[in-house]
Design a protein around this ligand. Sequence first.
Ligand code: AHR
Length: 337
Amino acid sequence: MAGLLAGAMGLWGCGITDVTQDSEIVHPAGEDTITPIDDSLIVVGVSQVGSESVWRTANTNSIQETFTTESGYFLIFENARQKQENQIKAIRGFISQQVDYIVFSPITEDGWDTVLQEAKDAGIPVILFDRKLNVEDESLYTTWVGSDFHEEGEKAGKWLQDYLKKVGREEEEINIVELQGTAGATAVIGRTAGFEDVAEHNENWHILDRVDGEYTTTKGKEVMRQMLAEYPEIHVVVAQNDDMMFGAIDAIEEAGYTTGPEGDIIVISFDACKNALQMIADKQLNVDVECNPLQGPYIEGIIEQLEKGEKVERETYIKEQVFDISNVEESIEERTY
Ligand code: AHR
């Protein structure tokens, strides 16, 4: 399918192009030497944000398990290691290899106009997954698939509102801190705004601070420690992903406090990976708003439609749910990530 690819990839094998220098490439069947490709395969270049979280690893696995040679694809997978410049470089590499589709999750929303114009000029459709982007010309990408992050934030806020009512604390002054992920990422923008939309209807809620925990356990723990030292009374921690939540709970416990429905601090998390669901069952975590990483099949569905010349939806939202002690048990077993 993609004419120049076999030749260009031959050069990679000799180390002549620098496409791989800052990022990892996964070739079909994990080979690191390049074999001439079957011309009938659909060539898909994927630029992933990084591997910062359990969610991200599950997302990567879903893509790699979907785009296999057995299913008719040749996947070129690049890990941008949290750098937009690596994503831009990867996309330029995909363009020069004339891939059939460019698929990527933009680390942050701004700064994509130029490279996507280059993709458009080369006639390569761009499919976004997970995060969104801002471009002047909306025709620079074909479609997007992922989570409704604003709705996730709202769900977290509404859960807290209902919970405080249920336990008779709806009149109390409630001090809240938020651990956010990568600044400028759609997930951060949406979850923060969605939670805020509910918070502003609750005058007794006080958001004391919002700090960047980089979506990682280590940073989550570090910033939680700092906030515990700074604020004498924290009632609610909103961790915008499970990895930061793991670190935050560690820090809280080290400071001598407890978490969960019977504890000192209410903890709200996002993603709903298996270990986090178990923590709800163990009454360490109060609630987890699901963010579904299993996006590979959705992207494949879009490519199949485009291959048939069909029109695709501009946006596809994946269905997600909220887990707390009332419904978590039945989902732990079946969770694969
Ligand atoms: O964009 C999705 C977010 O990115 C997930 O919540 C987080 O875990 C990930 O790293």
